[in-house]
Design a protein around this ligand. Structure first.
Ligand SMILES: CC(C)(COP(=O)(O)OP(=O)(O)OC[C@H]1O[C@@H](n2cnc3c(N)ncnc32)[C@H](O)[C@@H]1OP(=O)(O)O)[C@@H](O)C(=O)NCCC(=O)NCCS
Length: 167
């Protein structure tokens, strides 16, 4: 199979949001449209504004004209990036449509994101993984780090969309 990967401009971002929706539905069993009305426009604004500032990139993998995978990365503002000038990259939204899985697409998309992060001067890339994504990322060298987290939402509150999973 031959596929191409290209970086999207701001005006093309809407073309990959259906894959974002499919991803959350597959991983979390959540319909984003129902759980978070307006998410689509907020997603586009979030990445679009960062793209305008050179602080994010979104890629699409295509087989001909068909969109078969996507990934995104951005440079979060942290005390280390702002004070120490050590930027880091956050990779998210890695998704490959089921018929095209296990052919190296996610590996290629994530590799593209890592190349972008290196060019941006990042010394570390972070992500949260699904169980499906873990072998892909581990093969690329990702390892658990010393980051810890504590869930603060009261246990009796209904779970909000992807609170735990910022894929
Ligand atoms: C996780 C996901 C992105 C992986 O996509 P993918 O394109 O299938 O990933 P890759 O092909 O790069 O690697 C996956 C497997 O294919 C294998 N593979 C890679 N190239 C291959 C090839 N040419 N032939 C056969 N197998 C191959 C890899 O070794 C890996 O094997 P493993 O699962 O046995 O460890 C995809 O399953 C998906 O979209 N899942 C739902 C959303 C999700 O979980 N996203 C990750 C969020 S963190």
């Amino acid at each position: 199979m031959t596929f191409t990967i290209r970086e999207l401009s701001r005006t093309e971002l809407a073309s990959v949001t259906p894959m974002r929706r499919a991803m959350i539905e597959e991983i979390d069993g959540i319909d984003l449209d129902a759980a978070s009305p307006g998410w689509h426009q907020r997603w586009i604004s979030f990445f679009g504004d960062l793209i305008d500032r050179g602080q994010a990139a979104v890629w699409v993998a295509q087989d001909g004209r068909e969109r078969i995978g996507t990934a995104a990365a951005y440079l979060p503002v942290t005390h280390r990036s702002a004070v120490l000038e050590h930027p880091s990259a956050y990779i998210c939204n890695v998704y490959v449509a089921p018929p095209w899985r296990r052919r190296g697409l996610a590996t290629a998309l994530t590799t593209r994101a890592l190349q972008w992060a290196r060019k941006k001067g990042c010394s570390v890339a972070r992500l949260r993984t699904s169980s499906m994504g873990r072998p892909v990322y581990e093969r690329l060298g990702f390892r658990p780090s010393n980051e810890l987290e504590l869930t603060l939402a009261p246990e009796d509150q209904p779970r909000r969309c992807s609170d735990e999973a910022e894929f």
